[in-house]
Design a protein around this ligand. Structure first.
Ligand code: FES
Ligand code: FE2
Length: 451
């Protein structure tokens, strides 16, 4: 039997009685007014991902993150700690650092030559004796943002009053404590500019109701049926679904078609033809797969399996982190998605797509179970793409998100139509409304986790 322990804070995410039932007014998807409220009350209050810890190894290594009206940079200090600053010169507001990442001993402003050290202290100015109150060096500092790390990621918040990162994410660090995220390699690092409000992704990633229609390649690998999945909502606004890592019994591939689940069984030395029928192969094969992974991980070089439990070895969790991050930490690797609003157009957003893999002895590439193309298990270079009606991402056609990207233009127009007023949600879409209710709490000045 599979031993499942649900976290005590989990709220049943399939029961709409756990929601207030706030309306979801379509204007929030296209008006500047709502966009400005989001900036004021939400984006400036939450924790953001700045990048990965691996990007900052030596003192002076830095990464930048531009987000709507702000830009920040995070710098590795001489004592190994991290500090984050608004990316703006204290003299007259010139931007200090360009580019995604780099390494510098100090940060010199390109306008009048002021220089700041790694701790953000002003250490050099031109004509120091020309200042009426004396040389400003040692008196002026860059303004800091709060920085912390979790999951091998670097996070920051612009809000001095925000809960700590641990409290903000709670209980996500507990839920995934058995995974060795620090060992992951980012084998894909793509950012796509898209023509749609950023909340398309919050809605889309908070339900799997659309997968039977939009991602028909998935049910033969991951059982996305609502009656076999677990739905969880957490007090800080993070939601997740856990789907079984076996084929759906209702969306079957035709007799004789190639079964991707068979390959998964064979990888672990299980003969798919040893089962008398499809149902037995799915249900018993799934248990056999867990057992094989538990006993053979070491000899097969899957060293990151060491602490994983029965559920984590085969199932497919998909975690939404309020408000704009999602990842699906299965045993073998996962996509990490982040989507961010455009700075002044509510009907545009940016979508970051990272594929995270674990090195496995004797294997140089990784293929996620829902995609076709293998990726080399090595750190990828950054790529910026323009969606361009789908033309800019043709090479990603085999990916699940490619199918989601294709839905956005129709959704964007639909939200503006006089023919649409309110969603009609199935129970399995409860997390969609939950997202909007937490967003409303922020907009109304009452975000979770604060007194
Ligand atoms: S704005 Fe930076 S030195 Fe003047
Ligand atoms: Fe999707």
């Amino acid at each position: 039997m599979v031993d499942i322990v649900t976290h005590p804070l989990a709220i049943d995410g399939k029961d709409p009685r756990n929601l207030r039932g706030d309306p979801i007014d379509p204007e929030r998807y296209y008006t500047r007014d709502f966009m400005e409220k989001e900036w004021e009350h939400m984006w400036t209050k939450v924790w953001h991902i700045a990048g990965r810890e691996k990007q900052l190894e030596e003192p002076g290594d830095y990464i930048t993150h531009d987000f709507m009206h702000e830009t920040v940079f995070i710098v590795k200090q001489k004592d190994g700690s991290l500090k984050g600053f608004y990316n703006v010169c204290s003299h007259r507001a010139q931007r200090l650092v360009w580019g995604l990442e780099g390494s510098q001993e100090e940060f010199a402003c390109p306008y009048h030559g002021w220089k700041f050290d790694l701790e953000g202290k002003l250490v050099y100015v031109e004509d120091p004796d020309d200042y009426p109150d004396g040389d400003p060096c040692g008196k002026v500092n860059l303004i800091e943002v709060r920085v912390d790390t979790w999951g091998s990621l670097i996070w920051y918040t612009m809000d001095e009053e925000a809960p700590s990162l641990r409290d903000y994410l709670h209980p996500i660090p507990e839920l995934y404590k058995n995974h060795m995220f620090e060992r992951t390699v980012r084998a894909r690092w793509v950012r796509v500019e898209l023509d749609c409000n950023w909340k398309f992704w919050c809605d889309n990633f908070n339900e799997s109701y659309h997968t039977r229609t939009a991602h028909q390649q998935v049910p033969p690998i991951i059982d996305q049926d609502h009656f076999t999945s677990r739905y969880e909502m957490y007090p800080m606004g993070h939601n997740r679904i856990i789907q079984m890592g076996r084929p759906s019994l209702r969306d079957r591939l035709p007799e004789g078609a190639e079964q991707p689940f068979d390959d998964m069984l064979r990888t672990w030395d299980i003969d798919p033809d040893s089962y008398p029928d499809f149902e037995t192969k799915v249900m018993q094969g799934w248990l056999d797969l867990k057992e094989a992974k538990k006993t053979k991980w070491k000899e097969k070089g899957y060293l990151h399996y060491e602490n994983l439990n029965d559920e984590e070895l085969t199932e497919s969790p998909f975690q939404f982190v309020f408000p704009n991050i999602a990842f699906g930490p299965s045993a073998d690797g996962f996509g990490l998605f982040r989507w961010e609003p455009h700075r002044d157009d509510p009907e545009k957003c940016y979508f970051d797509y990272w594929t995270m893999t674990y090195p496995v002895e004797g294997q140089e590439s990784y293929t996620h179970r829902t995609s076709e193309d293998p990726l080399e298990t090595k750190e990828a270079e950054f790529e910026l793409r323009d969606y361009d009606g789908g033309r800019g991402v043709q090479d990603l056609k085999g990916e699940v998100v490619y199918q989601d990207w294709g839905l956005m233009p129709g959704q964007k127009d639909g939200w503006r139509s006089r023919g649409y007023q309110e969603p009609v949600l199935a129970k399995q879409e409860s997390r969609v409304r939950r997202f909007h209710e937490v967003l409303n709490d922020y907009i109304n000045g009452n975000p979770p986790g604060r007194d």
